[in-house]
Design a protein around this ligand. Structure first.
Ligand SMILES: [Zn+2]
Length: 256
């Protein structure tokens, strides 16, 4: 290649379709008889295509990138002679197109970099959400486990009082109810939980029988959508449950 070094810049310009006139004719004549320069030209054209088309794929060799950029920088010599000035625009059109392609290639390289950063960030977020979901599952499964030890701490020396906790999310119609120290039920009776709405009649919100220690839970009973709750209450009902509460109310609590 060293004996053909004088054609190196012209080869790059020819690859850019920016070599004109005598210089082009001279180089084309040389190319007819020189396979090594023909190979070099093909390589430069291949790298041009890579520069223009590949956003994330293989990068063209540094050497030909530098040569192409150097050739672009040197190119204005074609306007030295007045005869060529009229064809100035035509000479520069391919040059401008190439410069635009180089800019586009750079832009897509950046875009692809930004996209892979976004993908990595989304992957992180999804892992975090997965961890939060797992934690929520654990909380619910502990709250509602039948084999959980349930301890209610009360003031010393006072007898344990029946107690219920309702956790209600109106937007999701989601309700979890936990009770402790519930007195044992008479035969053929059951406790029934009621959602007391701000407007209208009490809504049945599940039935339960406490275990030997007086603990019980109601998890996600079927409820109508989006009802605003004023309070929750518990009554004792026949074993199949009731659609309206039977007085008296055993436990009752309003929202804070
Ligand atoms: Zn040659």
């Amino acid at each position: 290649m060293s004996t053909h070094e004088q054609f190196a810049d012209d080869l790059a310009l020819l690859a850019l379709e920016a070599l004109q006139g005598d210089q082009r004719a001279g180089l084309e004549k040389h190319l007819e008889g020189c396979s090594s320069c023909r190979r070099e030209l093909e390589r430069l054209r291949g790298d041009m295509a890579l520069l223009a088309l590949s956003a994330a794929g293989p990068a063209p060799s540094r050497r030909s990138r530098e040569r192409l950029l150097k050739a672009i920088a040197k190119e204005p010599r074609s306007q030295k002679t007045p005869a060529r000035r009229s064809s100035f625009a035509w000479t520069f059109l391919p040059w401008l197109a190439t410069a635009a392609l180089l800019l586009l290639a750079g832009f897509f390289w950046q875009q692809s970099d930004r996209l892979s950063q976004q993908v990595a960030r989304l992957r992180d977020e999804s892992a975090q959400q997965q961890a939060q979901l797992e934690k929520a599952r654990q909380v619910v499964s502990t709250l509602t486990a039948t084999d959980a030890m349930r301890v209610t701490l009360v003031a010393a020396q006072s007898p344990p009082q029946p107690q219920g906790k309702a956790i209600y999310v109106r937007d999701r119609s989601s309700l979890i109810f936990l009770a402790s120290n519930m007195p044992a039920l008479p035969p053929q009776k059951i406790y029934e939980l009621w959602l007391i709405p701000t407007n209208g009649a009490p809504i049945p919100a599940g039935v339960f029988k406490p275990d030997a220690r007086g603990s019980a839970s109601v998890v996600e009973p079927p409820l109508p959508g989006g009802v605003e709750a004023k309070a929750f209450a518990i009554t004792i009902e026949p074993e199949q449950g009731s659609s309206t509460p039977t007085m008296p109310i055993v436990l009752m609590g309003a929202g804070e």
